[in-house]
Design a protein around this ligand. Structure first.
Ligand code: HEM
Length: 326
């Protein structure tokens, strides 16, 4: 048998190599209708379970919104916050900003179980569950004007990072410049910072997160400081809860009204008004008088945050148990 010519061998080698070397990665885009044909009942199912959870405990809406934020700010919106520790990595659940603080893991499990039953297989990612549950929470507690379309198609991480969770999330003692640089490091701008901080229009915070403010800050309304000091003593009572605005179960503009009167609960909240940025002050004023502008900017910022480093295409996986890799 005649052996192949050197030219043919060369061409063969090039062709074989071309098959092995991956071309430029084509990143799949998130889309609003990702589950329309895969599992048409996916979104109504998530909404039903979220609605039930909020009926059982109104605070759960706030907790689910925060969980999505804490997922996205730590290596992207990839469901990594949900993973238990393994022998290969220590997960994010015990990180300072999450431990004894982030809630809603059981509701996510319940949503996942329901989805797998309704869709008859595991097709909805845990990362997408978090994005949709956050949107549904806002829309249930804020009404139709706070509803927005969520982009979908995220896949789940196969790892998590305790260190990243400890270093990538903004802290309640941050100054305005620190808050802004934290958001900018995640590709978000000043408008996103102020609009997304409006998430604090729902939910509660523990004494330990605002104690320094109520005993030391001077930009806090006297009456508020006095009443918070009764609820949050100088020592002890670390887990005593206080609402972040007057209507902790209503997604509205009360949070911004509070900032205008030096009634922000966290030091970081009050930094958005009077913290040295005229642009931030102007946005707080605008949102306090315009629910429409707040709703529009909040929705846009949520979509932007939800787009941070998603795993798509063949990256990551669809976890069958949100707490464990497959
Ligand atoms: C701007 C920087 C932010 C800081 C420093 C911050 C800090 C905090 C802190 C310290 C708490 C109380 C935690 C506890 O008591 O254990 C909290 C609660 C909360 N945060 Fe933020 N946060 C920020 C941004 C956001 C964003 C962007 C969202 C969502 C869009 C959000 C949503 C929430 C919600 C809804 C709660 C109440 C949770 C509940 O009641 O379970 N936060 N935040």
């Amino acid at each position: 048998m005649a052996s192949a010519s050197p030219q043919a061998l060369f061409l063969y080698t090039i062709a074989a190599a071309a098959l092995l070397i991956p071309g430029p990665t084509v990143l799949a885009q998130l889309t609003p209708d990702f589950y329309t044909s895969i599992c048409p009942q996916a979104l109504p199912t998530i909404r039903r379970v979220v609605n039930q959870a909020i009926n059982d405990e109104p605070r759960m809406g706030a907790s689910l919104l925060r969980m999505h934020f804490h997922d996205c700010f730590v290596n992207g919106c990839d469901g990594s916050i949900l993973l238990d520790d393994t022998s290969n990595f220590t997960g994010e659940r015990t990180a300072g900003p999450n431990f004894n603080s982030v809630r809603g893991y059981d509701v996510v499990d319940k949503i996942k179980t329901e989805l797998d039953r309704i869709c008859r297989r595991s097709v909805v990612s845990c990362a997408d569950i978090l994005a949709v549950a956050a949107r549904d929470s806002v829309s249930i507690l804020g009404g139709p004007s706070f509803t927005y379309s969520v982009l979908l198609g995220r896949r789940d991480a196969t790892t998590a990072s305790l260190n990243a969770a400890n270093s990538n999330l903004p802290a309640p003692f941050f100054s305005f410049p620190q808050l802004l640089s934290s958001f900018q490091a995640h590709g978000l701008d000043l408008t996103d910072l102020v609009a997304l901080s409006g998430g604090h229009t729902i939910g509660l915070a523990r004494c330990t997160t605002f104690r320094t403010r109520i005993y030391n800050d001077t930009n806090i309304q006297t009456n508020l400081a006095a009443s918070l000091q009764r609820a949050c003593p100088p020592t002890g009572g670390d887990n005593n809860l206080q609402p972040m605005d007057r209507t902790p179960a209503g997604f509205d503009t009360q949070y911004f009204d509070a900032l205008l009167r030096n009634r922000g609960l966290l030091h970081s909240d009050q930094e958005l008004f009077g913290g040295g940025s005229a642009a931030s002050d102007a946005l707080v004023r605008l949102y306090s008088t315009s629910p429409q502008r707040f709703a529009a900017d909040f929705a846009a910022a949520m979509v932007k945050m939800g787009n941070m480093q998603p795993l798509t295409g063949t990256n990551g996986e669809i976890r069958s148990d949100c707490r464990k890799i497959n």
